[in-house]
Design a protein around this ligand. Structure first.
Ligand code: FES
Ligand SMILES: [Fe+2]
Length: 405
C-alpha cells in the first residue's frame, strides 16, 4: 500500500500562511492576556469516571478511535531514505513502515506470510528483509524475493505470497496509518477537513527529528492527553517550569471539525503586549495543533531562540489505567542552519521531564483515585477547560454512534 509524498507547494507561500496564522493566534492570546480573560465553554461539564476506568469503554475506544481512524505514525523525516523502517506496534497490530526505492512509504503487517513470525525486529536501512525463522526474504514493496527450500511450496503461486498491506498515506510530511490490515485506502484530506490548511503551513516535510522518548504512564490515555489541552494548571502544577514561561488559565482555541488549534500566551508576550502590532518582535509561537484523537503538535520557540516542533501522541496501553506516550522534538526546516542540534535535544529533555515528573505524575495519582470514587461521583471540566469538553464530547458521540450502528 504505497503512498507518495505530496508536492510541497511554494515555500514562500507556506511561510506567509504560517506567519498570518501564528500572528492571529498571538493576537488572540495577547487580547485575553491584557483583558485577563480566556475562552469559555457555555458551562462546566460533569464527567463520569467510567470514561477513564471502564474496560468496555476502553475496548470501544481502542477499536473505534485507534483502529478505525487514521493515526499519525511519524513524520517524513523519521524515515527519510529508501530502506528506512519504522516499527509501530502501539495501535495493536504490529505495523511495519518502510520507504521504498521510489521514495514512497509502504506499510505492512509485520508478519511473515509463511508462519506469521515477526518479520522485522530492528530498524535498519537494508533493502531486503529476511525472516529469522526460515529465511523467507522480501523486498521493500513486500514482494517475496527469496524462498529457501522452494520445492516445499511448489504448489503455491509465488507472486501471490507477499506481505499484508496496511492503509498508509504520506501527506505534507505526516505519515498516517489505519490499523486495519487489508482495509480501504485513507482519504486524509477528508479526515483532516479544514485542519489540513493549518497543518500544511508547518512544512513538516522539512522537519528533522532531534530526539524521541517514550513514557509509560499508569493513567488512562485520555487522562494523560487531557494535560495538553488546558493551561488552567500551569501556575499551580508547573510553578518553576511551564508556569514561568506561559500565562496560566488563558487560552484561545478554534475548532477544525474534530481537530483543534489552541494557544496560551507566552510570558515574554507581556513585554510588548501594549505596543501596536507592527512593533511586536518576531515570534516562533504557533500554539498547539491538536489532531483527533491523540496527537498534539507544539509549535513554539526555544528558550534560547529558534523554532521547534514537538509531536506528542498518547495511546491506550494494555488496560484502561495504562497509556503510552511517544514524544519527538523536531528541528523545523526554516530554523537557522547554524544552530546546533543540541538546542533541540535540550528542548526535548526539558519538556519530556516536565511532562513525566509534573503532568503525568498527577495523571497517575488521579487515575488511581478514580478506582476508589463512590458511585455517582462526577469529575468536572470547567468552562475554562473548553478543549477538554470538546474532546470528550466527540469521543462519546463516536462511541454512541458505533453502539447504535
Ligand atoms: S515464518 Fe517466516 S520464513 Fe517461516
Ligand atoms: Fe502541563
Amino acid at each position: 500500500m504505497a503512498s507518495q509524498p505530496q508536492g510541497t507547494g511554494n515555500a514562500d507561500d507556506r511561510e506567509q500562511e504560517r506567519h498570518v496564522s501564528h500572528q492571529d493566534i498571538r493576537r488572540r492570546t495577547i487580547a485575553h492576556m491584557r483583558a485577563k480573560t480566556t475562552d469559555l465553554a457555555a458551562a462546566s461539564m460533569p464527567i463520569d469516571p467510567a470514561a477513564y476506568t471502564d474496560p468496555e469503554r476502553f475496548e470501544a475506544e481502542r477499536r473505534e478511535l485507534f483502529r478505525k481512524r487514521p493515526i499519525l505514525a511519524g513524520l517524513t523525516g523519521d524515515i527519510p531514505n529508501a530502506g528506512d523502517k519504522l516499527l509501530f506496534d502501539v495501535l495493536g497490530p504490529p505495523i511495519l513502515l518502510i520507504r521504498n526505492k521510489a521514495g514512497e512509504v509502504n506499510a505492512f503487517l509485520n508478519m511473515c506470510p509463511h508462519r506469521a513470525a515477526r518479520l522485522v525486529t530492528e530498524c535498519n536501512s537494508l533493502s531486503r528483509m529476511t525472516c529469522r525463522f526460515h529465511g523467507w526474504t522480501f523486498d521493500l514493496d513486500g514482494r517475496l524475493i527469496g524462498l529457501p527450500g522452494k520445492e516445499g511450496f511448489a504448489d503455491m503461486e509465488r507472486d501471490k505470497i507477499g506481505l499484508l498491506p496496511v492503509p498508509v498515506v504520506e501527506w505534507h510530511g505526516m505519515i498516517f496509518v489505519r490499523a486495519d490490515p487489508g482495509g480501504d485506502p485513507i482519504d486524509i484530506e477528508d479526515w483532516l477537513g479544514d485542519m489540513a490548511a493549518e497543518l500544511r503551513h508547518l512544512e513538516l516535510e522539512k522537519a528533522v527529528p532531534a530526539k524521541s522518548g517514550t513514557l509509560h504512564t499508569d493513567a488512562n490515555w485520555k487522562y494523560a492527553f487531557d494535560t495538553y489541552g488546558e493551561s488552567y494548571h500551569f501556575a499551580t502544577l508547573h510553578p518553576t517550569t511551564i508556569g514561568s514561561l506561559a500565562f496560566s488559565n488563558t487560552m484561545t482555541h478554534r475548532p477544525h471539525g474534530l481537530h483543534t488549534r489552541l494557544g496560551f500566551p507566552r510570558a515574554d508576550f507581556a513585554a510588548y503586549a501594549n505596543l501596536p502590532e507592527e512593533d511586536w518582535p518576531h515570534s516562533d509561537y504557533g500554539g498547539l495543533y491538536m489532531i483527533f484523537p491523540n496527537t498534539v503538535i507544539n509549535v513554539n520557540g526555544m528558550q534560547g531562540g529558534g523554532p521547534f516542533y514537538g509531536v506528542s501522541r498518547v495511546f491506550p496501553g494494555d488496560e484502561p489505567g495504562k497509556s503510552v506516550t511517544l514524544m519527538t522534538h523536531y528541528r523545523p526546516g526554516h530554523a537557522d542552519p547554524e544552530m546546533p542540534m543540541s538546542a533541540w535535544e535540550a528542548t526535548h529533555d526539558f519538556i519530556h521531564a516536565v511532562v513525566r515528573d509534573e503532568d503525568y505524575s498527577v495523571s497517575a495519582e488521579g487515575q488511581r483515585n478514580l478506582g476508589w470514587a463512590p458511585p455517582g461521583f462526577r469529575m468536572r471540566f470547567g468552562a475554562n477547560e473548553a478543549v477538554l469538553q470538546k474532546q470528550h464530547r466527540q469521543i462519546a458521540e463516536i462511541l454512541d454512534a458505533a453502539n447504535e450502528g
